[in-house]
Ligand binder design. Structure first.
Ligand code: SIN
Length: 555
């Protein structure tokens, strides 16, 4: 397939750079993947500058409740973790990448502990393990009960500070600086001050590592923090990189439902609550997951979200309910202190009553095409963590494989760049058309994407969405670029690719569910890979999935 599907912004109208500085590696983003990359690079003697658009640690990692998946239990086996990941991934995983992830996950957890992470331990002093959806064994390492991500951020943030690594907070990464032969040679950045971009400058570097997270804010309700707007994916695409699997947006099944007007980041109720025995019921108290999947309430996340969506369609209700009341109030409050408190703040008592929940956007399975060493299709540009699409997550990420992937990829990417830093390249002034999407269009983009490209989709809705995205107003030529315009342009880029891919993929698989094409089709066991040309036209091709001998595992 190589059709012109849609058009997006090919380059931003950049503010003039007032300064230039050099470093070995620029890391963009300060979640688990970015922080671990920076720490490991510094330990290898590389000069690193971290650029992050909020404060250090403002990314999605801090909000992660569940934990990190790793084979550590006496009854567990790497083959089981591989198998569970491939099954959840619904045929789109890259098996070699999955095997690498599983093999290196225990070392990544040990590295984190070595840096001082205070994991929850069992009576023998080893990491306590719990279970989440799609896992056949207890293998989720956690911290602070339900504050695993916050402990990862604290640990890596402290490690960064101890090493004196330079961090540019409240700084936007705008576009890559490219050499004449198309290599990434640095970044144009600008400080964000009250939404304006000020003090723009150029960071020259031999490698740029994107660790910018996902794009949950493309949807009205999400578990993601405000910064998850797909900036890194859009930047990479504009730099010439390929992106893939963008249509595979994972919806978390149990996000607290607080009413139809709820917008922005919502309270996540961890899958680990179901791992400890909570169940999903409808308004009449009927268990909706019984009979829907052999693993019932612990089915892979795409199955649970789709089953909830079907229940809501059938009943006309806005939410289903998560019932943990039979687990004992003391146990629930002790094991999940943060979630219990967040539910209480919204007026619900998780320890004693079923609480209303509904699916909300949670994780981008797709992203910038990269291997687990972070190499993208553009020399000098690397991507690790949620912004990357390594094939580990396939069409639906297995629970708690994400921080694990971020740490494994970060360690590998740092090892690669410690050993073999690309030669310095001289950036050339950007050429070609520039454009940006009017930030006033943001609410329309999120409302329409939520309506037409959510848990379930169909051709009519997606075609309407594609038409709307194609006709949105652009920034008035000459108007100053600001932070809201950068984010809105990124959201428009991601929405456009997502819609094009979701329209093209005439089947249902993993996180992509078409009401008008409900079957999983063997001929669609391919990935949709996109790239931009200089004018901003999107070109899409299909690529076979790399499977080893274990072959075609589909849930
Ligand atoms: C959760 O705690 O349910 C989220 C974990 C994850 O997304 O992997």
């Amino acid at each position: 397939m190589s059709t012109n599907l849609a058009r997006v912004v090919p380059a931003l109208p950049l503010p003039v750079a007032g300064w230039t500085r050099g470093t070995d590696v620029v890391v963009v983003g300060s979640g688990a993947a970015g922080l671990m990359t920076a720490v490991a690079l510094a330990d290898a003697g590389r000069a690193v500058t971290v650029v992050t658009k909020g404060a250090l640690g403002d990314g999605s990692t801090t909000w992660a409740q569940g934990g990190l998946a790793a084979v550590l239990g006496a009854d567990d086996d790497p083959e089981l973790h591989v198998h569970d990941t491939l099954v959840a991934g619904a045929g789109l995983c890259d098996e070699e990448a999955v095997r690498t992830l599983v093999a290196e996950a225990p070392a990544a957890v040990a590295h984190l502990q070595g840096l001082g992470a205070r994991l929850d331990l069992d009576r023998t002093g080893r990491p306590a393990l719990t279970r989440e959806g799609g896992h056949s064994r207890d293998r989720i390492v956690h911290a602070g009960g339900d504050a695993s991500g916050a402990e990862v951020t604290r640990t890596l943030g402290d490690a960064l500070r101890v090493r004196g690594i330079e961090v540019l907070e409240h700084t936007a990464a705008l576009d890559a600086l490219l050499s004449a032969d198309g290599r990434v040679a640095g970044l144009r950045v600008a400080r964000i001050s009250d939404g304006a971009l000020v003090d723009a400058g150029d960071l020259h570097a031999r490698a740029v590592v994107l660790a910018t997270g996902g794009y949950g804010q493309l949807y009205a309700a999400s578990s993601n923090p405000a910064g998850a707007t797909g900036d890194g994916l859009a930047l990479a695409l504009r730099a010439g990189a390929e992106v893939a699997d963008v249509e595979m947006v994972q919806f978390h099944p149990t996000v607290l439902w607080t009413g139809p007007g709820a917008a922005g980041q919502q309270v996540l109720v961890s899958e680990a609550v179901r791992g400890e025995g909570a169940v999903l019921v409808d308004a009449d108290g009927r268990r909706i997951m019984l009979g829907a999947h052999p693993l019932a309430d612990l089915a892979p996340r795409d199955v649970v979200s789709a089953t909830i969506a079907a229940s809501l369609r059938a009943t006309g209700a806005d939410s289903v309910f998560l019932d943990a009341s039979h687990l004992g109030a003391d146990f629930v409050a002790r094991r999940f202190p943060g979630i219990t408190a967040a539910c209480a703040a919204a007026g619900f008592d998780l320890t004693r009553e079923p609480v209303p929940v509904a699916p909300a956007a949670h994780y981008a399975c797709g992203g910038v095409v990269a291997d687990l060493d972070g190499r993208t299709t553009v020399p000098g540009l690397y991507a690790v963590g949620e912004v990357a699409c390594t094939g580990v997550q396939g069409a639906n990420r297995l629970a708690s494989n994400s921080i694990t992937e971020g740490l494994v990829a970060a360690r590998r990417c740092a090892a690669l760049l410690a050993e073999d830093l690309p030669a310095a390249a001289a950036p050339v002034p950007p050429r070609g058309p520039v454009d940006a999407v009017d930030p006033a269009a943001r609410a329309e983009i999120t409302a329409a994407t939520t309506r037409h490209a959510g848990v379930v989709r169909d051709a009519d809705g997606l075609a309407e969405l594609a038409g709307l995205l194609g006709g949105l107003p652009r920034l008035i030529p000459g108007a100053a670029l600001d932070a809201a315009t950068v984010e809105t342009t990124a959201l428009h880029t991601v929405a456009t690719l997502l819609t094009a891919a979701a329209l093209a993929r005439t089947e249902s698989r993993g996180c992509h569910r078409r009401l008008d094409a409900p079957e999983t089709r063997p001929d669609w066991q391919v990935r949709l890979v996109h790239r931009l040309d200089r004018s901003g036209s999107v070109h899409t091709r299909t690529e076979p999935v790399r499977l080893l001998a274990a072959a075609q595992v589909v849930a």
